[in-house]
Design a binder for this molecule. Structure first.
Ligand SMILES: [Ca+2]
Ligand SMILES: [Ca+2]
Length: 208
């Protein structure tokens, strides 16, 4: 048992050591180039960060490289620019990502813990009023979770007082806070937004 314990401890130290070495090298490279993502197709660092993240699932999702936070096999970017929904989505796509899709309570809780202002998410009813679809074409029935605001006036309400075309894009939180919930809002509004990409599709196969 003691040998097993020592063995586990050594493995842990070794893995952590490798991680810090990679992180140090990445920082050094970033400082030198002033260009944080210097190669597009294969980003070994992203893959390794995700691997370490899944190895140490007890750790919180705080590992961050080039502004992207790795959490449970996905990378998230919390953008500080404010844009309308379509431009937000285009910005994510230009980074080899898309607006975030929220498919579990864990993911919702993680995102809520990171934001201090309302953010666009990748959910809309632009095609058919009342039929909410994620940017990856999944419906809310398919993902099985939804977190619409339900205290008081229920969302989505397709409110038309401000924008006669209604509200067809979803945000996490509203201007009053309420970061635990989703709201439909006019797609023309400018908000911060969250991009998400899966590691393997964008990093190893380089289709960004
Ligand atoms: Ca709507
Ligand atoms: Ca609304």
């Amino acid at each position: 048992n003691i040998i097993l314990l020592i063995n586990s401890a050594l493995q842990c130290i070794c893995l952590n050591g490798c991680f810090f070495l990679i992180y140090f090298l990445k920082l050094k490279e970033s400082t030198r180039n002033q260009s944080l993502i210097s190669f597009k197709s294969i980003n070994i660092t992203e893959v390794l960060i995700a691997l370490f993240n899944s190895l140490f699932t007890a750790q919180t999702c705080n590992l961050s490289v080039d502004g992207w936070i790795a959490c449970h096999g996905k990378l998230y970017l919390f953008n500080s620019d404010k844009m309308n929904w379509s431009s937000s989505r285009a910005s994510c796509v230009s980074k080899g990502a898309d607006l975030v899709t929220i498919t579990s309570q864990t993911e919702q809780d993680f995102l809520v813990s990171k934001i201090k202002q309302t953010q666009w998410i990748g959910l809309s009813d632009l095609e058919t009023e009342g039929h909410w679809v994620w940017v990856n074409n999944q419906t809310l029935n398919e993902t099985g979770v939804q977190f619409w605001f339900s205290e008081g006036p229920t969302e989505p309400d397709n409110w038309k007082k401000q924008d006669p075309s209604g509200e067809d894009c979803a945000s996490l939180g509203d201007s009053n806070g309420n970061f635990q919930s989703w709201f439909d809002a006019s797609c023309k509004k400018k908000k911060k937004f969250i991009c998400e990409k899966k590691l393997l599709s964008t990093s190893i196969f380089g289709n960004n």
